[in-house]
Design a protein around this ligand. Structure first.
Ligand code: NDP
Length: 344
């Protein structure tokens, strides 16, 4: 069996594949009562993991990964054998704390059973569209977006070609925004957003004048901003916002390689725009809405099955590529949700 452990990294700086190491080990499959033996199918790499690579994660709900210990995150797998009443061989299961191992033996109380019908058998969707990123987009918009259908609202999404962003844009439209404009890091991604995901427009922040492009795509200003990135991109969007607008503060990935508190402070000029235009900028944390997960996942499943949300994924293969996939996602190598396939 193989597992991935964490090497050392400065809190200021980009994480690289070499921060991770793959080790072989022998896993005993003798089960104690209550234990389950699982095979890993898919693992998730997510931006919050960058914070877990620091001794101080900067947030109270995230613990640091310990040096030289197996790291963990979202995962989906299949039960190989079980001594827990709730699980049987062949069940599809998930956990937010799935160890980056090809196989594992764990306490059944740490697992949740999944219904493959919810995703038409696309089990990796449980880590994306019908999982934590989908819930983040849906609940972020419903809790903090104040989207009212028919009121001709314009939504801007940053990090728009990533997991949360690609769902947020599509959900913004489904919930009633009349214009949805995405910001992302390449022309190819912009094209996908408009031609495949139904965004009204898209802007590549790496080329040209972002402010001018936003003005062109948002002629009536910006009412709702789903912010995945923070930094100067968000300053440019907030400067275009209308009176009484809402910022859904989902993430600030442009700041995650810096040793700053979360959420990082905004410059005084942006602060002044927020104040003078009465814009509410609320920090959103999906973990605070666990009571809404079940209904949210059902809604997401229905939209995906009906083709109302299109799901894009970038899939890497093999546990030895976890570090490569993490680094690629952090530097924009993914369109849609970055997944790592571990076994068939
Ligand atoms: P993504 O799939 O969006 O992958 C990350 C993307 O971020 C990359 O593809 C890259 O795309 C973009 N990016 C990287 N660096 C920068 C930069 N300096 N400036 C602008 N864009 C950058 O990841 P997720 O969908 O999983 O996460 C998106 C955001 O949502 C993150 O900030 C994350 O922390 C947050 N999040 C928050 C949750 C919550 O509960 N609040 C829950 C889940 C996620 P590009 O090519 O466009 O640069």
């Amino acid at each position: 069996d193989a597992s991935v452990t964490r090497g050392s990294l400065q809190s200021n700086g980009e994480a690289v594949p070499e921060n991770f190491r793959v080790e072989d080990f022998n896993l005993s499959t003798e089960l104690e009562p209550g234990q389950v033996y699982v095979r890993t199918l898919y693992l998730s790499v997510d931006p919050y993991m960058r914070c877990r690579m620091n001794e101080d994660t900067g947030t109270d709900y995230l613990l640091p990964w310990q040096l030289s210990e197996c790291v963990d995150g979202g995962g989906v797998g299949v039960v190989e054998s079980s001594r827990h009443d709730s699980f049987s061989k062949g069940d599809t299961v998930t956990s937010f704390n799935w160890r980056w191992q090809t196989y594992d033996v764990l306490d059944g109380s740490k697992l949740q059973k999944l219904d493959p019908q919810l995703v038409n058998g696309h089990l990796s969707y449980f880590l994306g569209a019908v999982g934590m990123p989908g819930l983040t987009a849906l609940l972020g918009i419903r809790e903090d977006g104040h989207v009212t259908p028919g009121s001709n609202l314009t939504m801007v999404v940053s990090g728009a070609a990533g997991a949360c962003g690609s769902f947020a844009g599509q959900i913004g439209r489904l919930e009633g925004c009349s214009r949805v404009v995405g910001i992302c890091g390449s022309d190819q991604k912009c094209q996908v957003l408009v031609s495949e995901l139904g965004f009204s427009g898209a802007v590549n922040y790496r080329c040209g004048d972002l402010t001018a492009a936003l003005k062109k795509h948002c002629p009536r200003g910006v009412d709702v901003y789903f912010d995945n990135v923070g930094g100067s991109i968000s300053d440019a969007v907030i400067a275009q916002m209308n009176q009484g607008g809402h910022v859904i503060l989902c993430g600030q990935i442009s700041q995650y390689n810096k040793d700053v508190p979360y959420p990082p402070p905004v410059p005084p000029e942006t602060q002044e725009v927020l104040r003078s235009k009465n814009i509410i900028r609320e920090r959103f944390t999906v973990l605070n809405y666990m009571d809404k997960y079940e209904a949210g996942l059902l809604q997401l499943s229905q939209w995906v099955k009906a083709g109302q949300i299109k799901v894009l994924e970038t899939v890497a293969n093999g546990i030895e590529n976890m570090g490569v996939a993490f680094h690629s996602m952090m530097t924009g190598g993914n369109i849609g949700k970055q997944i790592v396939k571990i076994s068939d």
